[in-house]
Design a protein around this ligand. Sequence first.
Ligand code: SPV
Ligand code: MN
Length: 651
Amino acid sequence: MNMAQTKEMIGGIETFEEAMALLEARMDADTLAKLKRIRTRDAVITIANAAMLCTPDRIFINTGSKEDGAFIRREALATAEEDALPMANHTIHYELKDEQGRITDRTYYLAEPDEKVSSLANRIDRGEGLVDVQERMGGIMKGMTMVVGLYMRGPVGAPASNPSLQITSSLYVTHSAEMLYRNRFDDFDAEVERLGYFYTNIHSQGLNRAEDLPNARVYMDRHDQTTYSINCTYAGNTLLMKKGNHRFSVDKAVKNRGNELSEHMFITGIEGPGSRVTWFAGAAPSGCGKTTTAMAGHQFVGDDLAQMWIAEDGTVRSINPESGIFGIVEDVNWEGDPALMPLLREEGTEVIWSNVLIDEDGLPQWTGNGDGNPTKGRNFQGEWEAGMVDEKGKPVPVSHPNSRATLVASALANYSPASEDPKGVETSVITYSGRDADTMPPVWVAKSSDHGVAIGACIVSAATATEVGAKGVKRAPWANAPFIPGALGEYMDAQFAFWANERIASGKRPLMAGLNYFLTHKARGGESTKLLGEKRDVKVWLAWLERHFHGEVRGIETPIGILPKYEDLKALFTKILDKPYPEELYTKQFSLYVDNIVARIDLQNDAYGKEEDIPARFFEVLKEQKEGLLALKESFGVVVRPEMLTEKTAA
Ligand code: SPV
Ligand code: MN
């Protein structure tokens, strides 16, 4: 097998002429006419190889037209991958009970022997892996339609957009792609020409039987920028324009070091005084409120992925490679998510639900929706009724914690048309957040870009539902670690290089900040494990950062960074949420619990100490912070209240 161009070898077809001959024999006249509009020869050869290997009964080319869209939606129902719900344009799709998230244990990089692969990821010898693809995918689409689509991950014309070819036998995956990505059949060739590459994704759910799940695989070939996905249906495993291609974009950013980044971040605009809009991009691990934060903004661009670059004018620009949201619905309710709920509960928006409970009235129900108590229905594990327990005697929840709703971003009331601007949005604030019950304050600003890089490196989270089998508390570097294909040290180096790049104009240099909405009463001397404050308080933290970027508020300088002053937050609580903000709550939220923070620094120091080639600068930043904290402890004790520092410094 030719190792350079393997995706074009999996079916043994090497030339464009052979490819056309095969496809002409297998396509009806309409499909062939569509195929002939594709001028990217490599794409045609890849399509022919997929057809040769997978042997579908039919090939359908999805040009993104209205008719093609209608066909896809019809077929998704006809194949029973989705069922229609009483509400117009709402459907439900179920994964197998044991495929409710990313199958990280069955996900591999195809790697050459001398190739470095992330210490967190699985690898398989590339040659062996490709043979396995041929074995597992041989004839896998028998009886099915192979659907081909040409997409853009990002606005046409943007420097950081990626062309992507998707080939799948799943109508659900295709339907999801239509909502989450930009079908740009007519622009694809010119974009491939402009950018010089395209990503490829080849998927089949096979027979989608529980007994085949152990044989499910996700393979990523970085050499060929191709993913193969076999015997699975969950979008994180199959719609590989999402996390599969994100990984290739992370590779691309690390290679183009200092000039671009590819992050697991939302993008949202916050309106400040005088109708100005300040753009934020923020990282958070799966299931840590990234969608909620994105929705808290006034101008929504994206809730999952961001691709950034430094423009000629010295601004940092961001685009969303996606055009829709695949959002977790657990705990989404009218109180916390007033912008999202009408789209989920009122007619007018197309929604693909996955793995929620459909009650006896055909209404989707999920844990924490605040809408009532369903007694019966079908959910991720089959028929469900209230009080049901599993084999281990554990209550079966109404919905799986990784249940999701897929919808187009433009349906959101706060959708920003800037989403389609190939120049991206000028990004001024970068946030990093995780799930941290007892250590870091709700918001703090890095003293410098190097300290900002360290905030990203030190994100922690509780393990969440999007990864099958994950448990406990874990480090979540930049919330991007599961998608960093290469060495963590290289990725970190690329972060330092980007954020310290002198091409970023002064005054345009983004503020970098930490966010944490998960501090509990218990961690601050109380009894309950309830959160200090409310979910919606995030709006205040974001507003404070917005004012800080524009130099309108100052803060209290500490070794970990700059903390807000009570008066500034109090004023914002009144203005934005019209609620009081007791000083006592402020003190709980913003006191430095020195031992906790030092323990966290030690944990990161030890863990990164075991990684290869971590830039020395990172350890210096940690050391500086630790020494500063220990000095504070000497003067003030283990709990350093903000007022102890106010008189000393004002940043
Ligand atoms: C995530 O888990 O971060 C997601 C969903 O956005 S998945 O498609 O599984 O990646
Ligand atoms: Mn994600």
